[in-house]
Design a protein around this ligand. Sequence first.
Ligand code: ARG
Length: 456
Amino acid sequence: MWGGRFAVGPAKIMEEINASIDFDRKLAAQDIAGSLAHVAMLAQQGVVEAADAEAIARGLNEVKGEIEAGTFTFSRALEDIHMNVESRLAEIVGPAAGRLHTARSRNDQVAVDFRLWVRDTIDALLLQVEGLQRALALRARDCAGMVMPGFTHLQSAQPVTFGHHLLAYVEMLGRDAGRFRDARVRLNECPLGAAALAGTSFPIDRAATATALGFDRPTANSLDSVADRDFALEALAAAAISATHLSRFAEEIVLWTTPQFGFVRLSDAFSTGSSIMPQKRNPDAAELVRGKTGRVVGALIGLLTVMKGLPLAYSKDMQEDKEGVFDALETLSLCLAAMTGMVEDLTPNPERMKAAAGSGYATATDLADWLVRTLKMPFREAHHVTGRIVALASERGAALESLTLADLQSVEKQITAEAFGVLGVERSVESRTSYGGTAPANVRAQAEAWLTRLGG
Ligand code: ARG
């Protein structure tokens, strides 16, 4: 493809380090779509004769058929997907194939192919994110009143409901989807026609190819078009954040499925056994989601590092942009599917959750609030009084509600029997009616709102 100036072919090791076909063959469909749009535009503009353009288009569709059928032979000697396709095109249609690369370079070609791939993948990921949100919101609606401990520092803090906890992830995933959508908006400009870096002297119509490929408009600067990969970085950043959310949820599933917590159970379909310890039910899928997050975050750091020192415009370093992006976005897709599977599979254990919610003096704040409301005590003083009551209960190894009224009054004599009313965990969650709070009625309404928003 570029042999004119060269007397001998590349060294074996040169070919090995240079070839990207082993991974960029994934861009085959996008490469052919880009070429079809390009040649149609060239014909329309009179740059290529209609008969040649038709032959090229026919040949490209044949190549596409061969790749889809698995009969195409990829060659490392032909370096990348662009040259593999073009070389086969030449075999099929003859010298006319040589007209396809008019007013184009592999630099704008790869930029357009990669944008198309990332765009398609973002669209697929968005559907998966919404699928997981829907699974969570359905569960949340069912479990809107199921009391569980809420934690800070992984210490019992205040009772919440399981539905409320799940909806926290629905919110996070909603922002993840927003980040992918935002990235897609900025990605959706077409670099085709920037050529190598400076544009072209041919009378091309960049708006036409942009429209044909579903872009909003052509990119405005030819150097920028071939030099930047921020569209890929943004997708990776969104993926890294989303994977981090999934990883935290996965970690909670790992905790919740332990015999010590026992909050949820995964069925046999989502558990694995041990080859030595017959009693084990391991949550491997959740652990793998947590572990694979490292790869997704690593891909972001990897590409940032590739790009950070590159002078404009294209450098071959940028061929290193693809594997990490392919791997990271496909890994996120797998993790989203696994999390959706686990959310649909898991069985909560309301008794275990409720018992845990009541332990650890989790309603101490409710007692302090009662002192503020009923005895008009300043909150700081109420905090102190409650702290002394908790210390008393703790000395006796007893729960707050098993103290007697005399016990409470030994700390603060104005306390009445009414105070016992706020010590139950159900009463506690029902009282959290502030906007966004854990009251079951709030949770039910939020779950319904999400289900309406998500549709389906
Ligand atoms: N395989 C190359 C890549 O992935 C295509 C662009 C090659 N351009 C060049 N000037 N060598 O980036």
